[in-house]
Design a protein around this ligand. Structure first.
Ligand code: MN
Length: 237
């Protein structure tokens, strides 16, 4: 069994280059693996499965074609696209997995996460997350018409960007104590996550923590072949 992992593409109308790089990845790299895991923030924003634009239609078409070749696609929610629903996943031929998600490769335990669950020092963010991830907030938001949802999402992104400017660097990274706690609780050997945009392979007491990067100037993916993990990157063009 082999898998590849990506996250934080932040696909957006304004970034034709990232979209093209993603489709090239689907054509050239992803087919070498049995499973494709998209660990959150595939889209810069997602306001509901009933919203369609050229980008979303094209992405669904490409992922569907990929799944038709017999490959498995798994989606995890990111903080930008936590409203991706089963309708979206099914139309791509994939399925949504929970965060964190744990599976075994022979005798090794692998944990996947978007990564924001480990950013516990950023209380302001965790409070915001608790609010918008509640069923009540989501139901209320999805009941609004698309233009209103667009306006709310835009405002939230602007507020978050403003707040992030003021936040100290450690707030934007994982809390190592929390990572260790979760790693011990689940007895994992390998942790793969994104979100913090600090791509790196960390050797820890419990095993390996390997962090994906965002797709801005470079694209990043992680490969898992048998029990071996590797972080790979190339240029977005
Ligand atoms: Mn994120």
């Amino acid at each position: 069994m082999s898998s590849c992992f990506i996250s934080d593409l932040h696909l957006d109308d304004a970034r034709e280059d990232i979209k093209k790089t993603f489709f090239k990845f689907l054509d050239d790299e992803a087919p070498k693996f049995d499973n494709l895991y998209i660990l959150g923030d595939l889209f810069e924003v997602w306001i509901g499965d009933d919203y369609q634009d050229t980008l979303s239609v094209e992405v669904i078409k490409r992922l569907k074609a990929f799944s038709y070749t017999g490959k498995k696609i798994y989606f995890m929610h990111g903080n930008r696209d936590f409203l991706l629903g089963h309708k979206f996943a099914e139309s791509c031929g994939g399925k949504i997995i929970s965060d964190p998600y744990v599976f075994k490769v022979k005798d090794k335990k692998v944990m996947l996460s978007h990564g924001d669950i480990f950013c516990i020092d950023d209380l302001d963010y965790q409070n915001f997350k608790n609010t918008v991830r509640s069923e009540k907030w989501k139901t209320n938001f999805l009941s609004k018409d698309l233009s209103e949802r667009n306006a709310i999402a835009k405002k939230l992104r602007e507020e978050s960007a403003q707040k992030n400017l003021e936040k100290k660097a450690f707030l934007m990274d994982v809390n190592k104590g929390e990572v260790n706690r979760v790693a011990q609780k689940y007895d994992i050997d390998i942790l793969i996550h994104g979100h913090v945009h600090r791509p790196k392979t960390h050797i820890e007491d419990y095993g390996t923590r390997i962090v994906l990067g965002d797709w801005d100037r470079k694209y990043w993916f992680i490969t898992l072949i048998d029990q071996e993990v590797n972080l790979i990157s190339g240029k977005v063009k």
